[in-house]
Structures are given as structure tokens and as C-alpha cells.
Design a protein around this ligand. Structure first.
Ligand code: MN
Length: 346
């Protein structure tokens, strides 16, 4: 048995909404990660198993690295099927919004989502939920939305309807959002759920290999280059910084997702407490930060760039040059020294 973390009132609301719904649309945030698409597909398979007509729509394409998930071929990307997705949202009886808590996270699909008169259920684990949904199941302490979806399904007495495919999707989300259970992963319930998913027939080791340890040659070389040639260390601020510009990305035939996880790598060094990765995208600089302990990268991202996220994992966008972005960061570093641990744990 796992503990009951979601309050009964919200479960009742979801149960009642499901009773009256046939056409159900499930959606997640832009550039879906393993948790966003895993939670969506896990819910889709299970709702379809009880005879609902559930479909997953994504704001843009599911990255290649996650195309192995069962059911991904049936998902519809707004960027590819704008009219059809808009119609699905308009005609839906019920919409699930998974792994995001602000409507702007669906990007260009936002107007179609907000225009839909269907009741909306948010299931999410990011901080500070917005109020665009009718039912808000928001648990920032949860390690993944996929875990929350599993909890919701159990509370709806649908555990038996979770099949192997749904279990694979849910497990992938739990695994990717915890770095293969290497952070946010001390909750005992996590392992009870994994045991249950294994009993549903998932091949945990194969899912790890597919979702977390599959890289193209060029992406492996790009990551190696970034660490070898581009990683700067600022010992006084216990900070590391990696930047990749458009020429470097092109040289390694960069594709979306190729540098997934790169920002975590410098944290392998005990000296480094926060890690910054800046990537030149076509219209902006994509900023990713990770940290250890109490160093608040969400605060850094929000104060310097209007971004946000979690204490140890945050991001932002910057409209300007890579040089300007680096200058802002280097100038700001001393101001954040106060969050560094008091003693060096070498
Ligand atoms: Mn997530």
C-alpha cells in the first residue's frame, strides 16, 4: 500500500467528471520530457482501457528519444495538426493538463486550450500553480507527475486497469524526472510503485537503456566537447558554466535533446555546487541550471532572467547575445555566494 497524498475532495471531483465524459483530451507542456509524455500516455492507456475515448495532444513534437513509448504514434502535435487539435480541444468533454501548471507552458496551443469549455484537471508537481484548471492536483513535493498519475489512478480504483504499456509510460516518467532515481528519490512509496509496475511486466533495465542511455555518435561527441573544451569553473563561487553557440551545435549536427543531462554533469565534482548551461537556440538563449543542497537556482533564474523552476533545477530564456548572458551571470555570481554551503565538502 502507498500513502494517500491527494485529498479525497479532488479525487471525487475527478471521478465525477470522468463518469460524464467520453471524449477526453490529455495534454502536457512544450517540448515534452519523459515525465510529461509518460504521464500523459500512462493516463491515456488506462482511460482507454475503461472504454473512454482518450487522446494525447502535445504542443510540439515528442522528441526522438521518447518515440519508443507505447502509444506515442497516436499522439497529435499541435504544431503538425493545428486545426485538428483545436477541434479536439473544442469538442472534448474533459481535458487533463499534465506536468505543467501555467497555461503559457503549452505555447502556441494556449488559446485553443483556454477556449475549450471542457472542465480541466491539472495534475502537476511544479511550484506556484496557476488557476486555469477546474481541479488542481498540485504537489510540488512529488518527484514526478507520472507518480501522481499513478496515485490518482489507484484512488479511482483503476489500478487493475493499468496494463504493461501504461506501466512502461508511468515508469519512464518516474525514472527520467529523478535522473534514474538519483535525486528527489528518497520517498519509500516510489519503490513500492516500481515493484507494482514490475509486476505489470515492465522491463525496467530496458526502459533505462532506451530512455536514459541512448545517444547518437554526434551527440556523445558534442557532450564530450562541451565538457572538455567549454566547461569553465569559477572556484570562488563553486560554479561551472558551459556555453554552446550555433556554430558548435551545427558542427555536431545538434538535434533537440542531444545535450539533455549535460547541465548535471559538472555537479559530479564535489567542488561545484551550481552548474549553468547556456545554449544558443534560433531566437533566444536557453538557460539551464542545476544545484546541490540549498543553493536556489530557481531564485537565480527568476531574479536574473525572469525564469523559474525548482530549488535544484531551474531554467529561463534570454533574448540577447550569449556574451551578454555570460556577463550578467559572471557579474551576479558574488551575490549568490551567501547560499553556498559553509564548509567545503571535499
Ligand atoms: Mn515532471
Amino acid at each position: 500500500m502507498i500513502s494517500r497524498v491527494i485529498n479525497e475532495k479532488d479525487i471525487d471531483k475527478v471521478r465525477n467528471l470522468l463518469v460524464g465524459s467520453d471524449k477526453i483530451v490529455i495534454t502536457c507542456h512544450l517540448t515534452p520530457d519523459g515525465d510529461a509524455i509518460g504521464s500523459s500516455l500512462g493516463l491515456m492507456h488506462t482511460l482507454n482501457a475503461i472504454g473512454k475515448n482518450a487522446v494525447v495532444v502535445t504542443p510540439d513534437l515528442v522528441p526522438k528519444s521518447l518515440q519508443f513509448l507505447p502509444g506515442v504514434k497516436d499522439t497529435l502535435a499541435f504544431t503538425r495538426h493545428e486545426e485538428y487539435v483545436t477541434r479536439l480541444l473544442a469538442e472534448a468533454d474533459l481535458v487533463f493538463c499534465l506536468d505543467f501548471n501555467e497555461s503559457r507552458r503549452v505555447d502556441r496551443m494556449e488559446p485553443a486550450l483556454l477556449a475549450s469549455k471542457a472542465p480541466k484537471v491539472m495534475i502537476d508537481h511544479h511550484l506556484y500553480p496557476g488557476d486555469f484548471a477546474d481541479v488542481i492536483i498540485s504537489h510540488p513535493e512529488a518527484s514526478s507527475t507520472s507518480m501522481l498519475v499513478f496515485r490518482v489512478l489507484c484512488r479511482l480504483e483503476l489500478f487493475d486497469r493499468i496494463d504493461r504499456r501504461a506501466a512502461e509510460c508511468i515508469f519512464t516518467g518516474m525514472m527520467t524526472d529523478t535522473g534514474n532515481f538519483s535525486y528527489n528519490s528518497n520517498e519509500p512509496d516510489l519503490y513500492t510503485v516500481i515493484a507494482e509496475l514490475l509486476r505489470k511486466g515492465i522491463d525496467k533495465d530496458a526502459l533505462y537503456q532506451r530512455a536514459c542511455n541512448t545517444f547518437s555518435e554526434s551527440s556523445l561527441r558534442l557532450n564530450g566537447y562541451a565538457l572538455s573544451e567549454k566547461m569553465q569553473i569559477f572556484p570562488d563561487h563553486r560554479c561551472s558554466l558551459i556555453t554552446l553557440d550555433e556554430n558548435e551545435l551545427a558542427r555536431f549536427n545538434y538535434e533537440k535533446g542531444d545535450t539533455e543531462g549535460l547541465v548535471n554533469r559538472p555537479l559530479a565534482m564535489p567542488e561545484v555546487v551550481w552548474s549553468i548551461y547556456l545554449r544558443r537556440d534560433p531566437n533566444q538563449i536557453k538557460i539551464s541550471m542545476r544545484s546541490k543542497g540549498q543553493f536556489p537556482v530557481n531564485k537565480v533564474c527568476s531574479e536574473l532572467f525572469g525564469g523559474g523552476g525548482h530549488l535544484n533545477a531551474a531554467g529561463a530564456e534570454f533574448k540577447g547575445s550569449l556574451r551578454e548572458c555570460v556577463d550578467i551571470l559572471i557579474q551576479a555570481m558574488p551575490a549568490y555566494d551567501k547560499y553556498l554551503p559553509k564548509t567545503k565538502n571535499k
